[in-house]
Design a binder for this molecule. Structure first.
Ligand code: AHR
Length: 496
């Protein structure tokens, strides 16, 4: 491997360490908010959860959905709580109490030092609801909706900068699903109205829900044909699973993600060329993760219950390895991926889990996310890697060593992230870092486990990192042992 300070991919947008909270299962009720919990603050927010979210250092959180947003009336969630309606939540077939809505969520996001990425309903609603909503959130005052916000106790506007124009509108499961033509027209007209209310916002248009959609990538192309000059980002979503228990193939799935990103980047640039535009559309990978463990169990959920355990995947060690690879994929593509949201943050396919009334704890996937969020800020460097390769069921030439590097100029630190996908053998890494003169290795963090299926629970952290990785730096060459099936974070810093 060669890690050179001049091989710059891009300045990393911190928002690639974003996440997502949907009104779904126990994400909000039981995760973010549990007024009877011993750790609840005066507003009912769980302080133990707040601490764990802060540990992840999440710059932006998408809200309130997800599929849920496509039938959501934002007005239900504002104003006096006693007057808020209980609704049938159609996307997940539960009861939504609306105890938490926009204002409370903005308060909570402030507590965890995150900005909110707000989604508007383009399923059952459209231009009118969206323009009223942004007036409520962002207009200073003196009009009906901005004064309504003040009446609700929020004198100052929330100034929410990033807005999603609907959610997964390409998916037939979506309430108010639309063809690309229908969606593109609606997204454009909604974008125009929202920008008239607040010209400083950034807008994200829906793309494909995953690479397996029959309309991928034409959905993006048609949407961009309509919206190109009115939006800033196109959205990508992708979840993976190891349903056939083929770990070699599973760990290679980040290559599909890379292909997804490259395809949509090309699609954006094709439309740019067609339109003779000077503007570049970037990518918002605003839902990504592993999601499959809970699929079967979720079929047993009683309809119309309140905040049932839903999509509660318990992640194992191999999931953490794939999550590490997915994060590194964003780093290598950070010239175009400017926002990414791990879906989701608490209880629902999440790095943080809670027990109602009990503990909050870290899933296996918490660790790679925390590491890349902590040490992956700065400039992404183009790794030049020569690695042995393998073929799997769906992929050819899968490098055993998957890696990315980040240079933090301000802190004078360089970090090499690497997954060894080999399930039986360790790999000796030799990394040429001669361009970083006067640097030493300060830490080699490793996440490893003999059991690929090991999980964490409320009472055991069977999968957690240690800092006993074996690596040396001599004459500008890092020599490191990357254990079989392992996640590695090799940190270098300038000698003081
Ligand atoms: O994150 C869970 C669901 O996955 C979201 O609601 C939806 O957008 C996607 O299909």
């Amino acid at each position: 491997m060669v890690v050179d300070k001049d091989f710059r991919v891009s300045e990393i947008d911190d928002r690639i360490y974003g996440s997502f909270i949907e009104h779904l299962g126990r994400a909000v009720y039981g995760g973010v908010y549990e007024p009877d919990h011993p750790e609840a603050d005066e507003n009912g927010f769980r302080k133990d959860v707040i601490e764990l979210v802060k540990e992840l250092n999440v710059p932006i959180i998408r809200y309130p959905g997800g599929n849920m947003v496509s039938a959501y009336n934002w007005e239900d969630g504002v104003g006096p709580k006693v007057e808020r309606p209980r609704r049938l939540e159609l996307a997940w077939r539960t009861i939504e109490t609306n105890e938490i809505g926009t204002n409370e969520f903005v308060d909570w996001a402030n507590l965890v030092n995150s900005e909110v990425m707000m989604a508007v309903n383009l399923g059952t609603r459209g231009i009118d609801a969206a323009r009223n909503f942004i007036e409520y959130c962002n207009h200073p005052g003196g009009t009906y909706y901005s004064d309504l916000r003040k009446k609700h106790g929020y004198e100052k506007p929330h100034n929410i900068k990033t807005w999603c124009l609907g959610n997964e509108m390409d998916g037939p499961w979506q309430i108010g699903h639309k063809t690309a033509e229908e969606y593109g027209r609606l997204a454009l007209e909604t974008a125009k109205a929202m920008r008239l209310v607040d010209p400083t916002i950034e807008l994200v248009a829906c793309g494909s829900s995953n690479t397996g959609m029959p309309t991928f990538p034409q959905y993006e192309a048609t949407t961009l044909e309509h919206t190109y000059e009115a939006i800033d980002y196109i959205s990508l979503h992708q979840y993976y699973g190891n349903r056939n228990n083929d770990t070699a193939n599973y760990l290679a799935k980040s290559m599909d993600m890379e292909h997804f990103i490259k395809t949509i980047t090309s699609t954006c640039d094709y439309i740019k060329a067609k339109k003779r535009s000077k503007k570049t559309i970037n990518l918002s990978f605003d839902e990504w993760n592993v999601w499959y463990h809970s699929n079967q169990k979720d079929k047993e959920i009683e309809p119309w219950s309140i905040a049932p355990p839903q999509l509660e995947d318990v992640y194992n060690f191999e999931d953490a390895l794939l999550v590490g690879s997915m994060l590194m994929t964003f780093l290598r593509n950070s010239d175009r991926v400017k926002i990414a949201c791990m879906a989701q943050l608490v209880n629902v396919i999440a790095p943080i889990m809670t027990e109602n009334g009990g503990k909050a704890w870290k899933q296996t996937i918490f660790y790679p996310y925390a590491h890349v969020s902590a040490y992956g800020r700065g400039v992404a460097l183009q790794p030049v890697v020569s690695s042995p390769k393998y073929d799997s069921k769906d992929f050819t030439d899968v490098p055993y060593i998957d890696s990315a590097s980040v240079y933090n100029e301000e802190k004078e630190e360089v970090t090499i992230f690497a997954v060894n996908r080999h399930l039986k053998e360790s790999v000796e890494l030799s990394a040429d870092v001669r361009s970083f003169e006067g640097y030493d290795i300060i830490e080699h963090i490793v996440l490893e486990n003999e059991d690929l299926k090991a999980v964490n629970t409320a009472t055991s952290q069977a999968v957690q990192p240690h800092s006993n990785g074996v690596s040396t730096l001599t004459n500008g060459i890092v020599e490191a042992n990357l254990g079989k099936a392992s996640w590695n974070v090799i940190r270098l810093a300038k000698r003081k």
